[in-house]
Design a protein around this ligand. Structure first.
Ligand code: EPU
Length: 313
């Protein structure tokens, strides 16, 4: 093992200095394990992990990181994330504090912080008789993560329902945009390479609660019957334009294929599940093996949908 790779680049004294600049409720931790912050339950530690309590804290952290030349990245619910076994050098930021997890309802609009779970948005919409947001129930992430990748399910995508977005640029300034002006594509929103998602306003339509409930139940039933309950990072590959990745993997007989504790799900071919002991290395090796089989059989280059970050051990 190359030890040099796993040595923290965050000086603990400087991290303390940063902690003193933040509000008392901000969390600042060194060498924080991250595996349990991902739905796949895999990955090494972050050099530093920070939960800002306010937008001003967040701005202070990104400015401090720029001064120190510390790389940083946001983490949402970790539902689309594969963190390598050596963990993440620099700072990992999460908008998990209450300030970023609020939902306010105004008429047919829901004003949501980036830290809220999409499931909560769907539930709050139901409670207020706002329809059209039911498919969000099935996406297991936070709003911030879903905005970054324009997450979708059941034929709908996050940006279909958003009216305006609130962001912070890399200098710490707050910038709001009408969503209609933001270019989005399948599973990607390039704006978030240069902006942090802080929140969004969803717009639905008033609807009878029973019809919302029926749609939620139908979406949930479909998901539980077609997707595995075991720990996973959702769909591993983007769907190629010609065939859904799950069907392709199924047709090639790759379900059940395994590298160590990483297994292609028997329920849905585009999910790799962690049977309890998988490492990131094993998941990556399984991804490469699937890519190779598909390349050889069909000549298709499979692109990963899951975000792969960090360093090898
Ligand atoms: N299929 C198979 N075998 C399988 C899996 C799927 O034959 O093992 C077939 C299905 O029968 C269906 C087709 O492939 O005819 C598509 O499958 P599914 O309806 O499950 O949709 P998907 O394209 O595989 C997409 C999203 C999911 C989202 C579902 C539900 C992508 C890559 N995936 O899956 O999103 O939950 O629709 O709407 O776009 C994710 O983003 O992580 C994710 C899981």
């Amino acid at each position: 093992m190359d030890l040099a790779k796993t040595i923290s680049i965050v000086d603990p004294a400087k991290l303390q200095l940063l902690a003193h600049q933040l509000s008392p409720n901000a969390k600042v931790r060194a060498n924080e394990p991250l595996a349990k912050k991902t739905t796949l339950r895999i990955g090494g530690p972050a050099d530093a992990y920070i939960e800002p309590a306010t937008e001003a804290d967040l701005a202070a952290v990104i400015r401090f990181c720029a001064e120190q030349k510390w790389p940083w990245r946001m983490i949402g619910r970790g539902s689309n994330l594969l963190i390598r076994d050596g963990g993440i050098r620099g700072v990992v930021l999460s908008l998990a504090q209450p300030r970023f997890c609020e939902i306010q309802v105004s008429g047919e609009r829901l004003i949501c912080g980036a830290g809220v779970k999409l499931k909560q948005v769907a539930m709050e919409a139901k409670r207020h008789g706002i329809g059209g947001l039911e498919f969000l129930e099935g996406i297991p992430g936070s709003l911030g993560g879903a905005m970054r990748m324009n997450a979708g399910a059941m034929g709908g995508s996050t940006f279909d329902l958003i009216e305006t977005i609130r962001t912070m640029d890399l200098t710490g300034q707050i910038v709001e945009f009408p969503a209609a002006n933001i270019p989005v594509v399948y599973r990607s929103c390039p704006l978030f390479k240069t902006h942090i998602a802080l929140g969004a306003v969803f717009k639905g339509q008033s609807a009878p609660r029973e019809s919302i409930e029926a749609k939620l139940n139908e979406a949930s039933r479909k998901r539980w019957s077609s997707q595995p309950a075991a720990p996973s990072a959702g769909c591993i590959f983007k769907n190629p334009s010609t065939i859904p990745a799950g069907r392709l993997i199924d047709e090639l007989g790759l379900k059940g294929m395994r590298v160590g504790g990483a297994v292609v799900s028997d329920v849905h071919g585009n999910f790799i599940v962690n049977d309890g002991h998988a490492t990131a290395r094993q998941v990556l090796d399984l991804i490469a093996a699937i890519q190779e089989k598909i390349r050889a059989a069909r000549g298709i280059e499979m692109e990963t949908e899951v975000e792969i970050v960090g360093e090898d051990k």
